[in-house]
Design a binder for this molecule. Structure first.
Ligand code: KG4
Ligand code: ZN
Length: 367
């Protein structure tokens, strides 16, 4: 049963290579119902180029966004005039694509006289677990996507403190580069995960990045170099060699993510009732990564929450939901404010806890 306090929000996501739209309902009690979640993945459009081409991504969004939104509205059975608001990614991301989504959302908001919530894409990931899990504030967030690898203390809607970030490649980027090196194709992460099945994770002794460094920043470039050396040391790699390299890389990457997360747990050291780790972003779909984090949480009496894979990778539901969370928290911008907001290629979600310089909030092509 719906009540007048329920929020129905259309979410639009176009920051990289997924054209996505969704309608979610946020009930007055804070629960979430995902009424539709339409994603058009552009992998095929970019396959020939070995990575995401910004110009092609923007054009594909133009071609597909209208029909994706139409489907999201039709599947949800909530016509535009029953919506409470529109939310759209305003950055960080490939700016051509962000512009397509944000401009479309502005047009819908104007045509139907709806509030528009322009959102930081990372906030979408940061709050995504609350759609399906009992993730009460505060929690520790491990955000692992194609453009970002961050540990964030999420204290409430709009209240984020960044504890650590990558000093070079993002976690998803390192999976994508490994896939490319091994000739596995795109999307890289799932290909590496599939190739690693039956592989020996202990065949190559890979480095433990930043093991001696205080804090909880990440680094993946050393692993990338070690993997390249392992691959080039074999003259004619067999299927088993490829599986072993993929499994060794996946294990080393998961171990690194878990080790740095453990440091962040020590850093914030919350009371027993607040020991919640939420994992979001595309790499959270990886079973080895999940298993390593499960073991870490079990050993330290933390609760682990990982959204289902379709809400870990880019999607419109997380954007609609983050918009609804902002509105429910009384943070709705006026239409004038949101219409004036320009798309942003860079947009850090949170200040570093030490006011540090790391992490521009850039999200670039995943090649
Ligand atoms: O969150 P997302 O969909 O887009 C960004 O905001 O970047 O994350 C995409 C990234 C890609 O690098 C992709 O290779 C990685 O997440 N990914 C995975 C898996 N599924 C997606 N990495 C490892 N294992 C997976 N199963
Ligand atoms: Zn993302």
């Amino acid at each position: 049963m719906t009540t007048s306090n329920d929020l129905f929000v259309l979410g639009v996501e176009t920051s990289c290579d997924d054209t996505a739209a969704a309608v979610v309902c946020r009930r007055a009690d804070g629960s979430c119902q995902i009424l539709s979640n339409e994603v058009w993945a552009q992998h095929d459009d970019h396959a020939a180029f070995g990575g995401v081409v910004p110009e092609i991504a923007a054009r594909s969004h133009v071609e597909r966004l209208d029909s994706t939104i139409e489907r999201a509205i039709a599947v949800a059975g909530i016509p535009f005039d029953r919506l409470s608001a529109v939310a759209a990614t305003a950055g960080p991301g490939l700016v051509g694509g962000v512009m397509v989504g944000l401009t479309t959302a502005k047009a819908i908001a104007l045509a139907h006289n709806l509030p528009l919530v322009p959102l930081n894409h990372l906030e979408g990931h940061a709050l995504s677990a609350r759609m399906t899990e009992p993730a009460a504030f505060p929690y520790l967030l491990l955000l692992i996507s194609g453009g970002h690898t961050q540990l964030i203390h999420v204290r409430g809607v709009g209240d984020y403190v960044r504890l650590g970030t990558t000093i070079d490649d993002a976690a998803g980027e390192s999976f994508d580069k490994t896939a490319k090196l091994l000739g596995l194709g795109a999307p890289g992460g799932p290909m590496v995960e599939a190739a690693a099945t039956g592989g020996r994770a202990n065949r190559f002794d890979l480095p433990r990045p930043l093991a001696q460094r205080a804090g909880c920043d990440f680094s993946f470039s050393g692993l990338k170099t070690a993997i390249r050396e392992a691959a080039t040391s074999i003259e004619q790699p067999t299927g088993q060699d490829v599986a072993d390299i993929a499994a060794s890389f996946q294990f080393a990457a998961a171990r690194h993510l878990a080790q740095r997360t453990e440091k962040a747990m020590e850093m914030i050291s919350p009371p027993e009732g607040d020991r919640r780790l939420v994992v979001a972003g595309g790499v959270a779909a990886n079973c080895s990564v999940k298993k390593m984090l499960q073991d870490l949480c079990a050993a330290n009496s933390w609760q682990l929450m990982v959204p289902p894979p379709k809400y870990c990778t880019d999607n419109g539901a997380m954007i609609a939901w983050a918009g609804a969370e902002r509105i429910a928290a009384g943070m709705t911008p006026t239409l004038d404010e949101s219409l004036g907001l320009a798309p942003r290629a860079r947009w850090p979600l949170a200040p570093h806890k030490d006011g540090g310089k790391l992490g521009s909030g850039r999200k670039g092509p995943k090649a």
